[in-house]
Design a protein around this ligand. Sequence first.
Ligand code: PMP
Length: 474
Amino acid sequence: MVKDLSHLLSDQSKGRQPSPLKSAFKYYGKDDIVFLGGGLPMADYFPWEKIVAYSPEPPFEDGIGAQPSVTGKSVVSEVHKHKVEEFDIPLARSLQYGNTQGNQELVQFLKDHTKMIHNVPYPEWDLCLTIGNTQSWEACIRTFCNPGDAILVEEFTFPSAVETARNLNVEFVPVKMDAYGIIPSALDELLANWDSSKPIPKLLYSICTGQNPTGSSLNEERRKEIYAIACKYDFIIVEDEPYYFLQMNEYETGKKTELKEQTHEEFLNALVKSFISMDVEGRVLRLDSFSKVLAPGSRIGWIVGQSALLERFIRLHEVSIQAPSGFSQSIVQALLGRWGQSGYVDWLIALRKEYTIKRDFTIQALEKYMPTEVVSWTPPIAGMFFTIVLDAAKHPEFKTKYNSDPLQVENAVYEHGLKDGCLMIPGSWFKAPNVPKSKETTFFYRGTYAAVPLETLGVGLERFANAVKAKFGL
Ligand code: PMP
């Protein structure tokens, strides 16, 4: 049985009523009712009869970059105004005002996918479509936080997520992390010593796999400990997981990248357990997105959680986004319907291969170019980001020229890198609000291996390494 968490809802969320107009929509399309109830243009007036999309065909042995024109194999998805294939969302429906939760074909595909991947351990779970994790997160804050409420965040986190919350007047409580993500004992200690005159934060926002910016990933043990802490202190875990499927084997120094074909079973078994997969109390909200696995411009994400909470999101969406674009829902579902669950897993396996190659190339380039006397790194096991850590105290002029301030050294190397033609983002830009000042002299840069091809990546890393060497006088 999931817990009733309605006491954690924000005032605005508690107060949301279903629109009486929306309640009349259940009669739309019924044969025996003449529906004069809504301003819905007739589908005959939509100027799209058919949309055709060409995509590569599973199992993608030739790699995901291999275009159908090269392999000669393609999946042709045709979506028509009226239903042709059972799994398609006809344009007459997707381009109409529609179901706020999402068209049932896509919702069903994602429910089957969620069941296969996470096997949510309680029956009353549900999901609703969103326009990506950016909007899902905004909806979470509106649904749970009143102005002045606090949320727990990783001490380095995604700046847009911070801005979203800041604009809704939410306070931040940073949680200590290391190269492997949030440190559970630090979270427990923080809450054990909580000032009892203030309410405990209602949400923990965590990018738990391939974290942005640190590239860290929480292992199953840590997730279990953090989940137990959430139950103990009665807060909700929001897992923002756009990078979940970009998981890889550990990097092995000196070993050539060998990409053994993975079976579906091997791939699925190797995925780290998500918070929602251990959520017996219904206190996890999982934010998933197609942005990093299909295309950011699809603007489709989804929230998974207990249905009583999701109902509040649907009320919010009725008066905000309504639903993701109908074009997008039809086109994405047309592809997924043709690939099937199994073809989609093939795609994810192929993506994993691509990112493993890029991750390994990156780490090998760091080994080749970076001066290890001042630079260190932990190879990521998921996501698109890697970080390099530097120690400002090793700079010969740390005290004299930079006033013993690591931030000044961080900025100097950043600017030198830019001048030499490589941009890596200073780690301090990702620092969550209210992180206490520390005496540590280390700092980091965030890079990505996602955005450019391998050759360009190599050029960039060599340039940045040279900038570090030049600045540190090596
Ligand atoms: N959350 C995190 C942690 C991200 O890194 C990003 C993209 N950079 C997003 C959310 C945005 O995702 P979406 O495109 O689904 O809105």
